[in-house]
Design a protein around this ligand. Sequence first.
Ligand code: AMP
Length: 632
Amino acid sequence: MPLQITLPNQSDSTTPGRVVGIDLGTTNSLVAYVDQGVPKVIAGADGGIVPSVVTLDDNGNVVAVGVKAKKHALVDAAHTVYSVKRLMGKSFQDVKKESGLLAYRLAQADEGLVRVQIGKKLFTPIELSAFVLKELKKRAEDFFGETVTKAVITVPAYFNDAQRHATKDAGRLAGLEVLRIVNEPTAASLAYGLDKSKQGIIAVYDLGGGTFDISILKLSNGVFEVLSTNGDTYLGGDDIDRRLMELFITQIKHMEPAFEPNGEQLQQIRNVAESAKIELSTKPSVMIALDIPQANVAYRRNLTRTELETITRSIVERTRIPCEMAIKDALIDVDEIDEVVLVGGSTRMPAVRSLVQQIFKRKPHDELNPDETVALGAAIQANVLAGETKDVLLLDVTPLSLGIETIGGMMSTIIPRNTTLPTKATETYTTFVDNQTGVEINVYQGERDFVRDNRKLAEFTLKGIPPLPAGAAKFEVSFLIDADGILHVSAKEVHTGIAHEVEVKPSYGLTEEEIERMLRESVVYASQDIGERRLAEAKTEGQRILAATEKVLGQLRRGEIVITPQRLQSLNVAAVIDALYALRRVVQSEDAEAINNQVTALEQATEPLAQEIMNASVSEVLEGKNVAEIST
Ligand code: AMP
């Protein structure tokens, strides 16, 4: 069941109004607009960045959002929510293991969804994101002196259907009509105006506070396409801060062995560590001063950039493999990359920049403020959608293959992974059982051959199929993924035109780790799967044709199908029986090739007979009946 949300009245969204661009980040968020062709971040009294942090009281009232909420974390960690982007579109099960890393409480709601517990109140990640979005909306409204109701919001390129949905829902809950969900790397490329050159390959290296994303984009004739994405959902500036904190705490404990920092003290140490790290991006050394009088701590030390780089080298290095994998996945050579773009506050670290230059063999773009790049690009796209500029067309890709379950628990892919969006694809399927009047359609996402290894997105039943022999009824399943990456599925019975349509509101259940694992496993298990799949397919097909042939022979024997003796002779029933017995002998074996050979032999033998019977029964069933009669 999809998450039900009561949306605010959006009647004012019909006023023309402005469209703003929003970077809704894990750590920080920003809102931007285009001022006479130039994208600009809208700053409040405390700067352009709104930390994605919300403080609530026990009654569920919002106490503070952004910079003020971040300060609250120091004194009231249990009421302050951060990193909520990590929870978007997730089930409780997905994020359970993370709960130890968060200072606030996670709870499980009905249908396994995750909630954040503040006092006695439970909040959905969507509601919490909406608080941040409302703050950004308000900031824009204060700046323009008018209501703002339309926005473009960016998401990581790998965000799945559930996560995109959740982001869109959060926008709507904040009173924003989300005109488009745009991939962050695409927005970053727009910000650098890379769309102006007609073609090229762009690598976007995004190292923020808590996540690392690398995306390879291809630009051709002014159209962006995401060739590949990779990354690490738990890698970023926070890890560097943590390493510094560990160093500080170890050294403090040398002097004060009883020192056990509580939640607030940890936050204080984290702030000192982060400030030191930031200063060291521009200075060779910094003085650390950490005072915790209650614990008798007055810690002082000098820290050099070289020291910082030494203790954090392994963290920065962890971005190398995802980059190399993304290049491989994009089926390109590193030399083919024309531009490299830096995104995310952590790319200000000189060590990060030199690693990027080393990996991509070229100097990355760093002219823009890396915190603002994505928001600026979102503003450019917002401006396009507001009708101000018309020359940018955005295309993204679907991160995982989408398909339906077919007999034997197999995945029948309809839209392969990395297909450019928007896209539409249709496959035709047949019924498996005689007189089947309904088919259950199970929609899956993933790369493995068997659906049990993939992730279920939705299920629905197509009813009203005319009762026909197995294989005679045909139904088409169409998948449409819109420009926001949201999937719409429809199924239609070919003869009658009876259709069923659903927008897939997935259960919020797949983590990025799962996506990564599924992608990895699809490579590791590929050869094993192929063998298993071939055998399962062969057996299913063998059984299907055996059952169909036995049934027809029974009907012929009982006189339920009447065929003249001369005609029967030309249909060569003896050859059909021989082939039937030959297939029966091998169908339970483990030899896919032998089964397939006998299936082919039986198919050839029954071809004239099957054709005759199928034609007769299709016309008999459909003759003189209208659609309504057939569907009842
Ligand atoms: P983002 O998620 O892109 O907003 O990036 C936030 C991360 O960038 C945090 O870990 C910050 O500590 C880090 N950051 C911001 N400015 C700098 C800087 N000058 N040097 C190093 N890290 C920085």
